[in-house]
Design a binder for this molecule. Structure first.
Ligand code: ZN
Length: 430
């Protein structure tokens, strides 16, 4: 049955709710899609202070709500969104500062918490620490948001309790506003509108299929032999980053010096993040324009960075910064590429398929022979059975493309069976 009102969050402009649904573009049900439009805000100094204050209140509401949920769980009980909302309204009488933030923004925070707990469980949802979490809050009621264009370069939006806020009109809004999110990226405030742009995804893309191998040395290699890569952090930036890390280690906690250094480190990482996002968007657009099916490895990207994330939590060292630099150099933004492909596929109708990545790098794409020694080096693959020689990443990309016949798209279930032809004939040695 077709449901004309199935909305899909595609653009990752919200703190929660995006990411997992992006592979649903193949479903005929998805007729109306919401997309994100992000603009740089130019707050007045008063508005900036107010935004910081709301961010702090939201953080506090989130943390209190999470603590409460865990407290209930410890006793084997449960507290949900409706009850937390009711208690929030009561708490406003006792803590008047809660009332300074727009009510719908705080309710949205509890709703986001509810969604996060439903998805990950109350024990896995993270605290919003002052140092880690960057302010982000959503105005969910379109009726209370107004947008006007002031000039060629400037627009303004009316938000509850803020009044009019100015933003740089850098791209068309192109749709009906469903919600607005105000967020801070470490240096600037932005406003993201979730708009219903009326764009419908074409039923199918007539183009051929392609396999993508995502690597550390080359960001993405296709089965047709194209390499997509970009340097995300320059050598100069990396050197400066290392120097700043040393300065950070020598500075006192809470000092102004430390704040400056942290801001400078943040500025470098922000540039890296934007470069990566730009690269992902361009790569995804190029692939989706050309191909009808894009096959990816179903990498458990979370697992791949798990060791770095684990060490971040160790206090008293600079592991966090070190892993930040390592990630900037090594991480080619695999998860981001998946998301970007989901976005681009919306426009072109390209099918995105994920396959089990097992053995793709050590299997011969010509004869199916599995042997770890076939992969002579990072770049060269020479089959020990049939003498086929190829670029190792291209060979892997071809295997990924071939595996698509057994793919289950979407998250979770991996392809269960591999064809008998490609079944590994012996356990590969590593
Ligand atoms: Zn072979």
């Amino acid at each position: 049955m077709l449901n004309p009102h199935v909305y899909q969050l595609v653009f990752g402009c919200l703190a929660h709710g995006s990411g997992d649904n992006v592979f649903d573009t193949r479903g005929e049900e998805v007729l109306l899609v919401l997309t994100g439009r992000r603009y740089r805000l130019e707050f007045t100094s008063g508005q900036e202070l107010f935004a910081e204050k709301i961010g702090a209140i939201c953080r506090s509401v989130w943390n209190t709500g999470l603590e409460q949920r865990r407290h209930y769980r410890r006793r084997g009980a449960f507290i949900g969104y409706a009850e937390q909302c009711r208690q929030l309204a009561e708490a406003k009488a006792e803590f008047p500062w809660l009332g300074e933030a727009p009510a719908q923004v705080l309710q949205q925070t509890l709703k986001d918490l509810d969604a996060a707990c439903a998805r990950h469980g109350a024990w896995k949802v993270r605290w919003r620490a002052v140092r880690r979490w960057q302010s982000s809050f959503r105005f969910p009621s379109p009726g209370q948001i107004a947008v006007e264009r002031l000039s060629r370069r400037w627009g303004r939006a009316k938000l509850p309790k803020f009044g009019w806020v100015r933003f740089r009109w850098t791209r068309p809004l192109g749709g009906i506003i469903r919600s607005a999110t105000v967020s801070f990226d470490g240096a600037h405030w932005h406003i993201s509108f979730l708009v219903e742009d009326g764009l419908t995804t074409p039923a199918a893309h007539p183009g051929p299929a392609v396999g993508i191998d995502r690597g550390v040395v080359v960001a993405a290699t296709t089965s047709d032999g194209d390499l997509f890569n970009r340097v995300f952090i320059t050598a100069g930036e990396a050197a400066r980053y290392r120097r700043l890390q040393q300065q950070l280690a020598r500075s006192w906690r809470g000092s102004n010096r430390r704040k400056t250094v942290v801001a400078q480190l943040g500025a470098i990482m922000r540039r890296v993040r934007y470069r990566r996002a730009d690269f992902n968007a361009r790569t995804a657009a190029s692939l989706c324009d050309r191909y009808g099916t894009v096959v990816l490895e179903d990498l458990k990207t979370k697992n791949m960075t798990a060791s770095a994330a684990g060490t971040v939590d160790q206090p008293g060292t600079n592991v966090a910064q070190k892993s930040g630099l390592n990630r900037a150099i090594l991480d080619k933004g695999w998860h981001g590429l998946e998301r970007s492909l989901g976005n681009a596929a919306r426009r072109t109708g390209t099918r995105i398929v994920k396959v089990n990545p097992a053995y793709t790098s050590i299997t011969c794409s010509a004869c199916g022979w599995v042997d770890a020694t076939s992969r002579e080096s990072q770049a060269r693959f020479a089959c020990t059975s049939c003498e086929m020689v190829a670029h190792a990443d291209v060979n892997a990309a071809v295997n990924i493309k071939n595996a698509a016949g057994h793919a289950v798209s979407g998250r979770g279930d991996l392809a269960v069976g591999r064809s008998t032809k490609r079944q590994p004939t012996r356990t590969p040695t590593r």
